[in-house]
Ligand binder design. Sequence first.
Ligand code: 5GP
Ligand code: MG
Length: 208
Amino acid sequence: MVSDPIDIRDQNSYTTDQFIVQEAFKPDLKQILISEGEIVSRISRMAEKISESTTKRVESELYAACVLKGALRFFGTLTPKLSPTGEYSEGVIHASRYTEGKTTETRAEVSVPERKTIEGKDVLIVEDIIDEGYTLESIVENISAQDPSSVSIAVLFDKRDRRKVEIDIDYTGFIVPDEFLVGYGLDYNERYRNLDHLASLDSSVLKG
Ligand code: 5GP
Ligand code: MG
């Protein structure tokens, strides 16, 4: 699958005063990197591409799986724009990263839909952001074990420079810089999910 992500790593960003941003968030944010309008327009195009690929298969049964909680907003914007040709259903995936006791190796604990709900279906994993790649690696492993007909991945933001494990992403929204990002569903300690735009968090917040 050919993906044509928008690379914003060398692009100008915006100040928090150039868009509508909650006053309480402003001191915590460094810059706005992508505005809501751009994110939504990009998701529309991703939805079009995903739909195109389902029309190629006659008996396709699309199952869209939202990786909680960060991808909720992406999922909510993406899925109404899909026009699958066959059956369509939805579900959720829980994933959280942890570090193994003695080693410094990072793994992700994942819970996926039960076998009977995804067996034989074309599963589309909808994830907010890929960083080192461990989370999606575990998700794909767990989903594949339930015998779906196919597995594809849609990721809104890709921190490509930090990848530790190789993963094929079918649909990528934006390639983003190596900074801690919040907004458009992404949180820091459960805050900022309701910020409409993608922003970088100020380092003072991360230390504090
Ligand atoms: P990975 O396993 O690819 O290193 O990590 C992916 C997960 O880490 C994402 O699903 C997300 O929950 C979290 N994550 C990685 N980078 C960021 C970031 O910049 N901001 C936020 N809010 N979460 C991130
Ligand atoms: Mg996530």
